[in-house]
Design a protein around this ligand. Structure first.
Ligand code: GLC
Length: 741
C-alpha cells in the first residue's frame, strides 16, 4: 500500500512542478500583483517600446528597473532579449517579465508564402503546420508574441495589405484564423515553443475607401457583423491571446478609440479576456484623425474604449497618472487594463520561464521546416491558364527569363524581415538543380519589376531562341506590396508587358509565372501566353515548388481566394455580391474591354467591360480534369435547428493524380435583409487518381444559413435556398432546400 501512495505522491509533486496554472490560480496571481503595484508600475505595463538599438542605455536600464516598460517589439537578438529581461525580472521591485512581440506573419527565418497565397491552398491543417513551424523558430529566438494572424477582409487589390489577408471571404478567413491561432499558440500557450497570437487589425481596416491604406471606412453595423467581425470572433473563440486595434476610423470613430467594437462587442458580447494592443502610434494618430485634441485626450479615450497596451507612442506614459489624479480615469479601470496584460503574461508562462535558452536554435531553417515551406508553396500556387503546354518535360532546354526569376528578397514578399535571402531557393536555382546547368538559359530581361529599360531584351531573346520553351517570371517586387503600398493600377509594372510581347513573338511555348502580392490585371498579354501560374510571393522554397509544378512532379491545386478583376475599374469586385434590383443580363457579359461600343440597357453593368471577373473566387486549374455529378440534397428541407446533407460525386477524368477543392455555396433567396447571390459554407480537398470517383459530402446546419439581420441580431429565417457544390464560385451543380419553422 505504501509504495502505491508513494507513487502518486511523486506523480503529483512532479506534475505540480510543471503544472500549467489553472485559471483560478492565474486570477489570484493577477490580483496579488495588482495589489502590490504602484500606479507608475501599472502604467509601465501598458507601455510597449520599439527597440532597434543593440545597446541598453543607462536610461533604458533605469526605466526597466522602475517597471516603466511592459513589452518591446523588435528587441534585437536572443542575447539582447535575455539581457533586457534580466534587468526587468531581477532588478525591478516586482520582477514582472517583459513580453517580446514581433511580426511573424508568414514564417520566421524559413519564410512561407504570403498569407493571401497560403489561403489558396484551402488547407487549414497545412496552414496550422506552417504557423507551428514559425512559432518554433521565432520562440527559439526569444519572441513570445507574434502580431499575427492578420485577418482583415478586403475586396480591393489596390490595397497593399491584401497580401497579408486570407482572401475576401469571411467563412474561409475564419477557418484560417482558427488554424493560425492553433498553430502559433499550440496545445499549451505556456510552452516555450508557443507564441501568443494577435488577431489584427481590429476592425474593418481592409475596407478603406479607394483601397488606400489608413483611409476611412464606412461600414454599417450589419456589414461589420456579417463580413468583417466574424474572423475576429473565430479567433477569440479559438482562444487568441491578444488583438491589435486598427489605424482606420469606422463611421467617424477611429478603431483605436472605438468603445463599441473594443468593449461592447469584444468584451461584452464575446467575453474576450486577453489584451488589446494599439497599432504603431494608432493612439496618438487620433489627433490627426480629428478625434482627439491632444495626447491627454488620446489617453482618456483609448483607455475608456478598451486599449490595454500602447504600441510605441507615449500618451499613456505621459498622461495616465495625471488623469487618475484628476479623477478623470479610475485606478479601477487601470487595474482592468493591466490585469488583461498580466493574465496573458501568466498564461504564457513568462513568470516561470522568462528567459530563452539558445538550445533550440537548430530548429531554424531545418530540413523539416524547409519541406513544410515547400509543401505550402506547392498548394498555394494557382494555375490560371494552360492550353496543353504544362507540364514541360525535363529533357527540354528551358529559357528562364524575367525580373523575378532570381530575386530572393522579392520572392519572400512583404513582412519577411527575419527571412534569410541566402536560404531562398529561387526558380533559376531550382530549374538548374532539376535540369542541369546546360539545359537552362537565363536572362533577367529587366533589372527589377519596375525597370522600364529594354536594354536587357536582346539577351532575353537570345536565351529564348536557344531554348525549346520559355518560362517568364513576372510580377511585383516585395517593396510594391504590403503596408502603405497601394496602387491605383493593377498592371504589371515597368516594361514587363513589352518583354512578354518580344518573347512571345519568337514562336516558342511561353509559360508565365507571376509573383505578386495582389491580384494583377494583364489583359494585353494573357492571350499571348500558353500557360499562367500565379505564385504570389512564394517564400523560401518557392523555386522548388514552382519547378515541381512546371515539370509535372506535382499538379497545381490552388484555388483563388480573391476575385481577379479584368480591370481596376471593376474594383471592388467580389463573388458574394448582392443581386440588386437590376442584375446584369447575359448581354452584359459580352462587353469588350475598352471603348464603350453599345450603350444599351438599364442594368447594373459597365459600358466598357464585361461585368464578370477575369478569374472568379474559387478558380484554379489542374493537370487533371474533374467531373462533378449526382448532387444530392437530403432531406431537402430542415427546421431552424435542423441539418441536411449535401453531396456529389467527383471523378478524376484526367491522366494524373491530382487534388480538387470542392466548394459548398448557398443562396438565401429572400431575407429580411437582402442576401448575397452566393456564400461559401464549406469546402474539402479531394485527392483522386485517374478514373477514381469520390463522393464529397457536407453537413449543412440551418444555423450556417443564418445572418445578422436589420436589427443587427443573428437570425435564421425560413424560406427557400439554393445550394451548389462547385469547382469555383461561378460554376457547380445546383440544388435547393427549404428552411421551415
Ligand atoms: C504596423 C502594422 C502592424 C504591425 C505593427 C508592428 O504599422 O500596421 O500590422 O504589426 O506596425 O510592426
Amino acid at each position: 500500500m505504501k509504495s502505491f501512495t508513494a507513487f502518486f505522491t511523486i506523480l503529483f509533486l512532479v506534475s505540480s512542478v510543471f503544472a500549467v496554472p489553472t485559471d483560478e490560480e492565474i486570477e489570484k496571481k493577477v490580483n496579488e500583483l495588482l495589489s502590490k503595484m504602484t500606479l507608475a508600475e501599472k502604467i509601465g505595463q501598458m507601455c510597449q517600446r520599439n527597440l532597434w538599438s543593440p545597446q541598453i542605455s543607462d536610461q533604458l536600464a533605469n526605466d526597466l528597473k522602475n517597471g516603466q516598460v511592459g513589452s518591446f517589439l523588435n528587441a534585437g537578438d536572443l542575447d539582447m532579449k535575455n539581457r533586457l529581461q534580466k534587468i526587468a525580472v531581477e532588478e525591478s521591485r516586482l520582477g514582472i517579465p517583459l513580453i517580446y512581440g514581433r511580426d511573424v506573419i508568414h514564417g520566421y527565418q524559413t519564410v512561407l508564402p504570403i498569407p493571401v497565397g497560403q489561403s489558396c491552398s484551402w488547407n487549414p491543417e497545412l496552414i496550422e503546420k506552417g504557423a507551428r513551424m514559425a512559432a518554433e523558430e521565432a520562440s527559439a529566438n526569444g519572441v513570445h508574441w507574434t502580431f499575427a494572424p492578420m485577418i482583415d477582409i478586403t475586396r480591393d487589390p489596390r490595397w497593399g495589405r491584401i497580401a497579408e489577408t486570407w482572401g475576401e471571404d469571411p467563412y474561409l478567413t475564419s477557418g484560417f484564423a482558427k488554424a493560425m491561432v492553433r498553430g502559433f499558440q499550440g496545445e499549451d500557450l505556456s510552452a516555450e515553443n508557443s507564441l501568443a497570437a494577435c488577431a489584427k487589425h481590429y476592425v474593418g481596416y481592409g475596407d478603406a475607401v479607394g483601397g488606400r491604406d489608413y483611409n476611412s471606412t464606412f461600414i454599417p453595423e450589419i456589414q461589420l457583423r456579417n463580413i468583417f467581425l466574424p474572423p475576429f470572433h473565430a479567433a477569440v473563440d479559438q482562444g487568441v491571446a491578444t488583438l491589435m486595434s486598427a489605424f482606420n476610423e469606422i463611421n467617424g470613430i477611429p478603431a483605436t478609440g472605438n468603445k463599441f467594437t473594443l468593449s461592447n462587442i469584444l468584451r461584452g458580447e464575446w467575453g474576450f479576456d486577453g489584451y488589446v494592443v494599439s497599432d504603431w502610434s494608432s493612439m496618438t494618430e487620433m489627433i490627426a484623425h480629428g478625434f482627439c485634441k491632444d495626447e491627454k485626450d488620446v489617453a482618456e479615450k483609448s483607455i475608456n474604449a478598451g486599449i490595454d497596451m500602447e504600441m510605441v507612442s507615449e500618451a499613456y506614459r505621459d498622461n495616465l497618472k495625471t488623469l487618475v489624479k484628476e479623477g478623470v480615469v479610475s485606478e479601477k479601470l487601470i487595474d482592468k487594463r493591466v490585469g488583461n496584460i498580466l493574465r496573458i503574461k501568466l498564461r504564457k508562462g513568462l513568470f516561470d520561464h522568462p528567459y530563452t535558452s539558445d538550445e533550440r536554435q537548430p530548429v531554424i531553417l531545418s530540413d523539416e521546416h524547409l519541406q513544410i515551406a515547400k509543401d505550402v508553396a506547392l498548394q498555394s500556387i494557382v494555375m490560371l491558364k494552360n492550353e496543353g503546354t504544362l507540364p514541360l518535360s525535363d529533357d527540354q532546354t528551358v529559357a528562364v527569363i524575367g525580373p523575378l526569376a532570381n530575386a530572393p528578397v522579392d520572392q519572400m514578399g512583404t513582412w519577411s524581415m527575419d527571412g534569410k535571402a541566402e536560404a531562398v531557393v529561387t526558380p533559376l536555382v531550382a530549374f538548374r538543380d532539376m535540369l542541369g546547368q546546360d539545359q537552362v538559359n537565363y536572362a533577367a530581361g529587366l533589372e527589377s519589376s519596375r525597370d522600364t529599360s529594354e536594354e536587357g531584351f536582346d539577351a532575353a531573346v537570345i536565351a529564348a531562341n536557344k531554348s525549346d520553351a520559355v518560362v517568364l517570371f513576372l510580377g511585383e517586387e516585395q517593396i510594391l506590396s504590403g503596408e502603405a503600398k497601394c496602387r491605383a493600377f493593377l498592371d504589371l509594372p515597368g516594361a514587363q508587358e513589352a518583354l512578354v510581347k518580344v518573347i512571345t513573338e519568337l514562336n516558342k511555348p511561353v509559360v508565365a509565372v507571376i509573383m505578386a502580392g495582389r491580384p494583377l490585371t494583364f489583359p494585353n498579354i494573357e492571350k499571348h501566353l500558353d500557360a499562367i501560374l500565379y505564385a504570389w510571393h512564394p517564400g523560401t522554397m518557392g523555386g522548388p515548388a514552382i519547378a515541381d509544378l512546371v515539370f509535372g512532379n506535382a499538379s497545381p491545386s490552388g484555388k483563388l481566394t480573391t476575385t481577379f478583376p479584368r480591370t481596376v475599374g471593376q474594383v471592388p469586385i467580389y463573388y458574394a455580391h448582392k443581386n440588386t434590383g437590376r442584375p446584369p443580363q447575359p448581354r452584359d457579359t459580352a462587353v469588350p474591354l475598352g471603348t464603350p461600343l453599345d450603350p444599351q440597357g438599364f442594368t447594373s453593368k459597365y459600358l466598357d467591360v464585361d461585368i464578370t471577373p477575369r478569374f472568379p473566387f474559387g478558380f484554379g486549374l489542374s493537370y487533371a480534369s474533374f467531373d462533378y455529378k449526382n448532387l444530392k440534397v437530403s432531406p431537402d428541407w430542415m427546421s431552424k435547428d435542423g441539418v441536411i446533407t449535401v453531396s456529389a460525386d467527383i471523378t478524376n477524368t484526367g491522366q494524373v493524380q491530382a487534388t480538387e477543392v470542392a466548394q459548398l455555396y448557398i443562396r438565401d433567396l429572400v431575407g429580411s435583409a437582402t442576401r448575397p447571390v452566393k456564400e461559401l459554407k464549406g469546402f474539402t480537398r479531394a485527392t483522386l487518381d485517374p478514373g477514381e470517383t469520390k463522393t464529397v459530402s457536407f453537413q449543412l446546419n440551418a444555423k450556417d444559413c443564418g445572418f445578422y439581420g436589420p436589427e443587427n441580431k443573428f437570425i435564421v429565417e425560413q424560406g427557400d435556398f439554393k445550394v451548389w457544390i462547385g469547382w469555383d464560385s461561378a460554376h457547380g451543380l445546383e440544388g435547393e432546400f427549404k428552411i421551415t419553422e
